[in-house]
Structure formats: C-alpha cells, structure tokens
Write a protein that binds this ligand. Structure first.
Ligand SMILES: Nc1nc2c(ncn2[C@@H]2O[C@H](COP(=O)(O)OP(=O)(O)OP(=O)(O)O)[C@@H](O)[C@H]2O)c(=O)[nH]1
Ligand SMILES: [K+]
Ligand SMILES: [Mg+2]
Length: 505
C-alpha cells in the first residue's frame, strides 16, 4: 500500500465518525423539528385501486397503536402485533373510537433506522377512494404530534439522516420525472447513490492527501515541499486529478441525456420544417401553410427518439427580409441552431432538382450551418421528384452529399430518418449507462461547476511548492466536492430541489 493510500484509510475512518454528528447538526439548522411526525398521501391524489399513506417520525409507533386494529378474522393477540417489515392486513380505525372502521388495508411498520427516512416509518395501503383517503388523513391529523408533510419532506429527512446523499436525491427527482429509457437508466443508478459514492471516494482521497501534507509540516524542517518527502502525496494527487478530468471531459453526455438532446429544425422558408415537426411530435404543434414565412416564433415539442429524450424546436425559414417581425424570427432561428446539440437542415428537394444549387436554396450566408458538426441535411418533398433509385447518388449529384431524402407527404424515407437520428444521438451522446462497469457521467450543470472548481484547486495544489498554500488548495478542492454531495453549503440548493418534489415523497 502506498503512503498516500494508507493515510487515506486511517483518515477515512475519522471522516466516517464525524459524518453522523455533521448530519445531525444540519438537521437542527434547517428548522425542521426532529420531534415532528409527518404523514402524507404518497400516491397520486384521485380515484385509484390502492392509495399509500406514509408516516415518519418518533410518534409513528403510537399512531399505529391508535389507528390499526386487528381484522375480525384475526382477533388473536398475534393479530394485534405489527411485526417490523411485514405486511399485515388490518382494520384502520378512528383513533377516538376503535369500533369505527375507516377502511381495511395492508399496514407495514419500518422501525428506524432501517427505513426510507431513517426514522420510524409506516405505510398504510388503503383503498384509493377520495373519501377513504381523506378519512385516514383526517384521523392522522387528530393524533397529537402529527402534521402533514411538506413537499419532498420524506426524502429531505432521508438526506439529513444520511440515508442518501444530494446526488441520490437528485436521482430520485430525475427518476420520478424520467420519460424515456435513457433517462430512467441514468436516474436509477444515480438514485442508488452510485454518483455520490464516487464523489465521496474522491473527497476521502483528498482528505487523505491533506493528512499527508500535515504530516510533512510536522516533520519537515521548513515549510517547503521537499522532493521525496511528499512524493507519494503528489503522485496520488496527479492520479486523482487525471481521473477527475476524464469525468469532466465527457462531451456533456450525462447532462444531454438527462435534459434531452436539443434539436433545431432550420432551413429556407416553405421547405416543410413545420410539417416535419408535426410528424415527429405526432400532433399539430406548428402551423403549416403554403405561405412562405409562416413560422415566426420557435415552436417546441418533447419526444422520444429510439429511447432517447429529444426536445425539437421548429424555427422561422431563413431568408433576407424587410419585415421586422420576420427578421426577429430569423435571428431566433439562428440562435436556436447555434445552441442546439443537433441541427436538422430541411431543404426542398424539388428546388434542387429544378436546378437551384444548394447555395441558392439555402441562401449563401446561412450555408455555413450545413457544415457544422452534428448537422443532418434532409431533402424534403421527394414525392415531387421523378423516380429516384439511388438516394445517395441523387444527394451527391445535387450538392447535398449525405442528405436524407424524405417526403413528409408520402412518408418515404421516414423510418430511415428516425433510425438515423437515433443512431446519431446514440453515437454522439449515448452513455453506456446500462453497463454497471462504466462510470456514471455528470448529469447536472451544478455538478460540473463544482467539479471544475475542484479540479482547478487540485491543479493549483500540484503546482505549488508552498506547504501552507498546498493544504489550502486541498481543503478548497474537498469542499467543492462536498457541495456536490450535499455535505457543505447547500441549503439553497435543497430548497430549490425539494420544491420540485411532490408531497409524500
Ligand atoms: N409535396 C409536398 N409538400 C410538402 C411536403 N412537406 C411539406 N409540404 C408543403 O409545403 C408547404 C410548406 O410547409 P411548412 O411545413 O409550412 O414549411 P416551413 O418550412 O415550416 O415554412 P415556413 O414556416 O414558412 O418557413 C405546405 O404547403 C406543406 O403542405 C412534402 O413532403 N411534399
Ligand atoms: K410555410
Ligand atoms: Mg414553418
């Protein structure tokens, strides 16, 4: 074991010991009384077969005693007992009158700390009728010390009790919002804490380096880093920073998969851009007409292309214009094309066939768009062409080599275009997120920002020969990682995050 590594393991133990007290401290800082017991409907409000009501906090056991009674069939003493982590069919009764049954349902008791929140918890599965649910919630409200949970409060308690770190909480939020397979695969791994564990491992390694530096100050004669004395520490630092840079340098794959690949449909007026958007979205999102210059504002639709989340934006046709409103539309179209991850340039194939050059069709000033990376050219209105046997040869001959030939009217080339889009997205930004051996990518700009800061401090640490400065840089690098996992200075992030959660989560 290298010097840096052995330092790391001993320090890691100290770090672990401080973890509990740190989380407690944060708990009280938030103003949430740990004494409060909270309850909420955790399933969607409205009629359903089953509704789940959750309770968490120190009064949970007492609430169950008041609320849960054996069924008529199980009047025995054993029937009264709720065993930990066992589903028990029971009557749920009015706490002030146990002969009045509110519903019969399945009750589960999860004594803390082995529960979602880390506190004593219970789950009541009742019939999902509006009156049933409201009678159970009202009954809970009549028990002293219980109150309705706020949005995300169960998960917030799980965070404070070190049941999950901040990246896992963000993973849970992403999982609830996931709409495509790619998003779900990423979120489920993040929600399991995989990303947080990696950041914590790095943070632990930096703390280990700090201990190594301290040791060198204690035993060194002067406060300069001597070659050899801390060579191990510096070598370990180099290795670490390399690993971190590789994580940062990922073409924003994780962020793009999480928030959706942004696709801009651009091209000259009347080429069929809005028609293409409507086909992709499978509904009439944008106005289609034979009048050139129909679309002015950006029209947006979210869809699933081969399991990947995609946000498509239809834009105004590019042409020189004296109309101020249309000119603003063109400006927005170009901005959307600039910022998009993928551009789909739609041109009218019949105009190319009629002898217009790609330059004429596309307008010289905007032709540069066609040469940008991540740009697919689509030659639409193929139905207006005389028979084309070889689409590739046709595109080459008409100055749009590599273009996909399409007819929105007859759907010729439609499946091929979808396959091509999906393949492009998979190749450019698809992560090996289904493969547990591959490291999870960065999924949020928030993580990237702190990660970049951490790498900057690590780089300065490696460059300095001054022991005191080096220790300061390491401390700042560790703090930056701590911000990602929620260890330091994150109350504002928490408030913003939990406000997106539903009540009951
Ligand atoms: N024959 C034929 N006509 C099409 C096809 N796709 C679109 N069109 C027609 O072309 C015209 C223009 O379509 P739009 O979708 O409005 O074109 P656009 O590019 O959005 O136009 P602007 O918003 O004005 O820039 C409409 O009359 C469409 O019906 C196609 O594949 N074949
Ligand atoms: K049009
Ligand atoms: Mg349009």
């Amino acid at each position: 074991m290298s010097c840096a590594l052995s330092i790391y393991t001993s320090v890691a133990r100290r770090v672990a010991a401080r973890r509990f007290s740190l989380s407690r401290q944060r708990w009280y800082q938030t103003g949430y009384g740990a004494a409060d017991t909270i309850y909420a409907l955790s399933t969607h409000p409205g009629k359903s077969a089953i509704a789940v009501v959750r309770i968490s906090g120190p009064q949970t056991g007492r609430a169950l005693q008041l609320l849960v009674a054996p069924t008529k069939k199980a009047e025995s003493a054993a029937g009264r007992q709720l065993r930990a982590r066992r589903a028990v069919l029971a009557r749920i009764v009015d706490p002030s009158d146990s002969s009045s049954t509110l519903d019969t349902g399945v009750c589960m008791w999860f004594p803390g700390p082995r529960s979602y929140t880390g506190e004593d918890m219970a789950e009541l599965q009742v019939h999902g009728g509006t009156a049933v649910v409201s009678s159970v919630l009202q009954a809970l409200g009549r028990i002293q010390g219980l109150r309705l949970a706020e949005a995300g409060e169960f998960t917030r308690r799980a965070l404070y009790n070190d049941k999950m770190d901040l990246t896992a909480v963000e993973g849970v939020a992403d999982l609830i919002n996931a709409e495509t397979e790619a998003q779900r695969r990423l979120a489920v791994r993040q929600a399991q804490g995989e990303l947080g564990q990696m950041y914590e491992r790095w943070r632990g390694a930096i703390v280990g380096l700090m201990a190594g530096m301290e040791a060198s100050i204690d035993f060194g004669e002067e406060e300069n880093i001597e070659d050899g004395v801390v060579a191990d520490v510096v070598a370990a630092g180099h290795e670490l920073v390399q690993e971190m840079r590789a994580h940062l340098d990922d073409a924003r794959r994780g962020e793009i998969m999480r928030s959706g690949v942004s696709v801009a449909i651009v091209g000259p007026p009347n080429s069929g851009k809005s028609t293409l958007l409507n086909l992709l979205a499978q509904r009439q999102v944008a106005i289609v007409s034979a009048v050139a210059g129909t679309t002015r504002d950006i029209v947006e639709a979210t869809l699933d292309v081969g399991g990947f989340p995609v946000v498509v934006r239809d834009t105004a046709g590019l042409r020189p214009t004296g109309d101020a409103v249309e000119a603003e539309g063109v400006r927005r179209a170009l901005a959307a094309a600039q910022s998009a991850d993928l551009r789909i340039c739609v041109v009218d194939a019949s105009r190319l066939a009629a002898g217009d050059t790609a330059g004429d069709v596309f307008g010289g000033a905007w032709r540069a768009l066609l040469r940008q990376p991540h740009t697919l050219v689509v030659a639409n209105k193929a139905d207006l062409l005389a028979d084309v046997d070889d689409a590739d040869a046709w595109a080459r001959a008409h100055g749009v080599a590599g273009a996909a030939l399409l007819s929105c009217a007859t759907r010729r080339g439609w499946d091929a275009l979808l396959r091509r889009m999906a393949a492009h997205i998979r190749h450019a930004w698809g992560t090996a997120d289904a493969d547990a051996r591959c490291r999870l990518p960065l999924t949020r700009a928030r993580h990237r920002q702190h990660m970049q800061r951490c790498v900057d401090h690590m780089t300065r640490f490696l460059a300095t020969r001054d022991v005191v400065l080096a220790a300061e840089e390491l401390r700042a690098a560790a703090a930056a990682l701590g911000r990602i996992t929620g260890r330091t200075g994150t109350e504002d992030v928490l408030d913003a995050l939990f406000s997106q959660f539903c009540i009951g989560k």
